[in-house]
Write a protein that binds this ligand. Structure first.
Ligand SMILES: [Zn+2]
Length: 414
């Protein structure tokens, strides 16, 4: 008996180890296919370092779990021999990705591999901004999308990007001044309200946009990225080594509340002179001597005027670009990114004021940090927060590909 127990536990441990290894390998293969698109078995071998027979077995398991599909054969790059092509089954594996903004609400069904299947977008009145009304609207959009899914489609999870400070530990919105929310249990309440109670993850929308641009957009494959996103509020996402920098409890990247003007205006957060008060949409409208609550239509009209050479519209945008450059210079000096991605309003104004913005950066950024720095407009636009939310929502499936199969059948649309 004295030797029995240790032997048994060693066997158990090695069983656990081989199970962990198998899951790690399944996860690695599914991640490569999710991020890179269809691959031949020999490409999978090169990317993962796994043997041909291991890849065959793992691909078999993922196919049986209906996560991936066979796509015929393609010539192997090196030897020219035909090699089986594998791809994710984007049609039958989806997540719902939602973006809760001030003026709009969008929900999309997005397949494994990042394919946006369908998006439902609605404009929001100030009366629909409350937590319960927002949840009801997301549920309605999800139900609408559910009715369009093919038979046998699995909804793996729901990811939500929201214009506010999100506590990752409990998927709650700690503060969203522009929505009038504080300590709002969005994740928990939404999960309870959705059919089948799928897992719900919530994050700041600017963080998710940054993640999307790195995975599938303007900064694809870049490790050190700062992304800033301007609308009514101003958000940011900081990526280091290709992963989001979230801080101690998920609140990092709140660049809109970086103090830039001690003599400035009061911000929605209560402080004076946050960057948002100088580069948010309202500030641009004020610079153009327009009512600052004009929203998207007023901004679009102003940008149209600047395109046709209107001097006062151009002057307002150039002044706005100066303040954009002031805050951005601080971020570049602090984080030394190789790419800065501009989203939302900043993306739309970039081609008009690129030179003014660059001049401000030239004046303020340390020369060594400026060398090789690229400032680029978002490639994904309004889809960025949705694509980022989908990346977040797929994470559990990518980490443990077989965990939910044989699990909760309610998640499968029949
Ligand atoms: Zn603030």
């Amino acid at each position: 008996m004295a030797t029995g127990s240790p032997l048994a536990s060693t066997a158990d441990r090695s069983g656990v180890r081989s199970e962990t290894l198998r899951n790690t390998n399944l996860s690695t293969i599914l991640r490569e296919l999710h991020r890179r698109g269809p691959l031949t078995r020999s490409e999978l071998g090169q990317l993962t370092g796994l043997t041909r027979s291991s890849i065959g077995a793992l691909v078999g398991e993922l196919t049986k779990a209906r996560l991936i599909v066979d796509r015929g054969t393609a010539a192997d790059g090196q030897r020219g021999r035909p090699s089986a092509v594998t791809a994710v089954d984007a049609e039958h594996n989806v997540v719902f990705a939602a973006h809760v903004a001030v003026d709009s609400l969008a929900v999309a069904s997005i397949g494994l591999g990042g394919t946006v299947h369908r998006t439902v977008r609605s404009q929001r009145t100030r009366r629909r901004l409350g937590l319960d009304a927002t949840i009801a609207d997301i549920v309605q959009h999800c139900n609408e999308l559910s009715s369009t899914l093919p038979a046998g489609c699995t909804v793996h999870a729901v990811g939500v990007g929201v214009v506010g400070l999100v506590r990752s530990a409990d998927n709650s919105v700690a503060l969203a001044p522009n929505l009038g929310w504080s300590e709002a249990p969005l994740g928990q309440k939404l999960q309870a309200a959705l059919t089948g109670n799928p897992p719900v993850t919530v994050a700041n929308d600017a963080n998710l946009s940054a993640l999307a641009e790195v995975r599938r957009g303007a900064a694809m494959g870049v490790d050190e990225v700062v992304s800033v996103w301007g609308e009514v509020g101003v958000g940011g996402g900081l990526l280091t080594r290709g992963e989001l920098f979230l801080g101690s409890n998920g609140l990092a990247g709140e660049v809109g509340h970086m103090p830039v003007n001690p003599d400035g205006r009061r911000c929605g957060c209560g402080a004076i002179g946050c960057w948002e008060t100088e580069v948010g949409a309202a500030a641009l409208l004020r610079r153009a001597a327009l009512p600052d609550d004009g929203g998207r239509p007023a901004l679009d009209a102003l940008l149209d005027r600047s395109q046709s050479g209107d001097a006062s519209a151009l002057a307002a945008l150039r002044d706005h670009a100066r303040w954009l450059g002031i805050g951005l210079s601080g971020l570049v000096n602090l984080f030394n990114p190789s790419v800065v991605v501009l989203g939302g309003l900043f993306q739309r104004m970039h081609h008009v004021v690129a030179e003014d913005l660059q001049a401000e950066l030239d004046r303020r950024v340390l020369p060594a940090a400026l060398a090789g720095l690229c400032v680029v407009p978002s490639a994904l636009g309004a889809d960025a927060p949705l694509i980022g939310a989908a990346e977040m929502a797929f994470e559990a499936t990518l980490a443990s590909p077989l965990a939910m199969h044989g699990g909760d059948p309610r998640r499968t649309n029949r």
